[in-house]
Design a protein around this ligand. Structure first.
Ligand code: PMP
Length: 376
């Protein structure tokens, strides 16, 4: 059988990882500033993570959600404490799309309305409601769902107000920083406006934190910079450091409208062990602070390059906007300097490294970036 061919693939076979480094089958070390697309939050093969998963695997890997799984409660408690959202309720699933799908569904259960407000260039996943709320020409929705989605320009308060006047809005779904859309930071005022309009119209504010959440920006949720609470936060990626773990946390206002959410794998013993290990390391090693500090340092240094059009982001979620003639930079970083980065169209380099990236590795990147720009 052949693989179904969906991804553009680099001809590199990564077989090992440690911290911020990964190694190919020839023994070449690469600096990983992509983190498998923001998934590696505490570094590859983190010893505490490996031990916790290994111990759990020896005990029991999986049973089912028909029994009590105390690890789920432990994860909820820990997540409540680390995120500061103690009074929310956690529903565990397996991916970002599934988290958003459930969030959007729950919003309709809550207020009985259908219309979803989403934003230009947003990415929320590939399941039916999530993809309908995604604005990406390469990822199109199945025929029937898009009717219920209104796409608005980014950070445009007037358009938002107008949409609330024109539609019976069930929910507003928004990333705190657009990731796939090119690292666009949502304005604090705009998030506050969403909060007040949702309150006024009994709509549900869904904070997609799949890429920008989990401490990456220096705060647990990047929406926290606005000082307002969303009704539902969706999470995945960094939540399991590579083990598939996703979830939503639901505010006390919405939680009682619980209905028909469920999953076979979500919240299994191994997933919970992975989730707990990640939070333990984030807390013990002060990784949110590290993300803020190293992120600030990188952003400041990157802004000094004349060739760079713009540097956007917060903490360790950084977009480097380059002019078109420098379209080879990402490839050069990988093949000449052995540094993995991400990209967003057109010509934005995305940095999404593990939250424990050191200054030494940040400097190694800056030197390589300099060399690449000056050869270009
Ligand atoms: N939301 C955002 C903001 C994302 O970046 C992604 C993945 N790129 C998703 C949702 C979907 O997550 P998953 O691929 O785990 O379904």
């Amino acid at each position: 059988m052949k693989l179904f061919d969906v991804y553009p693939i680099n001809p590199i076979n990564i077989i090992k990882g440690q911290g911020s480094l990964v190694y190919d089958d020839k023994g070449t070390a690469y600096l990983d500033l992509y983190g498998g697309h923001a998934v590696i939050s505490i570094g590859h093969t983190n010893p505490h993570y490996v031990k916790r998963l290994e111990d759990q695997l020896h005990q029991i890997g999986f049973y089912s959600n028909s029994i009590e799984i105390p690890l789920q409660k432990q994860l909820a408690e820990k997540l409540g404490r680390v995120s500061g959202k103690e009074d929310y309720q956690l529903f565990l699933c397996n991916s970002g799309a599934e988290a958003n799908e459930n969030a959007l569904k729950l919003a309709s259960f809550y207020n009985g309305k259908k219309k979803i407000i989403a934003f230009k260039k947003a990415f929320h996943g590939r399941t039916s409601l999530a993809v309908a709320a995604t604005d990406n020409p390469k990822i199109v929705a199945p025929v029937n769902e898009t009717d219920n989605v209104v796409f608005l320009p980014w950070n445009d308060e007037a358009a938002l107000e107008q949409a609330f006047k024109e539609h019976e809005v069930s929910s507003v779904i928004i990333e705190g920083i657009q990731g796939v859309g090119g690292i666009q930071v949502t304005a604090v005022n705009f998030l506050q406006k969403i909060r007040s309009l949702c309150d006024e119209h009994n709509a549900v504010f869904i904070a997609d934190s799949v890429q920008c959440g989990y401490g990456r920006t220096g705060k647990f949720f990047s929406h926290d910079f606005a000082g307002v609470n969303a009704d539902i936060y969706s999470m995945a990626k960094g939540m399991g450091n590579g083990f598939p773990v996703g979830g939503i946390i639901i505010s006390p206002k919405i939680a009682p409208s619980y209905g028909m959410l469920g999953t076979t794998f979500g919240g299994n013993h191994l997933a919970c062990a992975a989730g707990l290990a990640v939070l333990e390391v984030i807390e013990q090693d002060n990784l949110m602070q590290n993300a803020a500090e190293i992120g600030d340092y990188l952003i400041t240094e990157l802004k000094k390059f004349d060739q760079v059009k713009e540097v956007r982001g917060r903490g360790l979620m950084i977009g480097i906007d380059l002019p078109e003639e420098l379209s080879n930079v990402k490839k050069d970083l990988l093949f000449k300097h052995h540094i993995f980065t991400g990209e967003a169209k057109p010509n934005v380099i995305r940095l999404l490294p593990a939250l424990n990236l050191t200054k030494t590795y940040a400097d190694r990147f800056l030197e390589a970036f300099d060399a690449t720009l000056n050869n270009a």
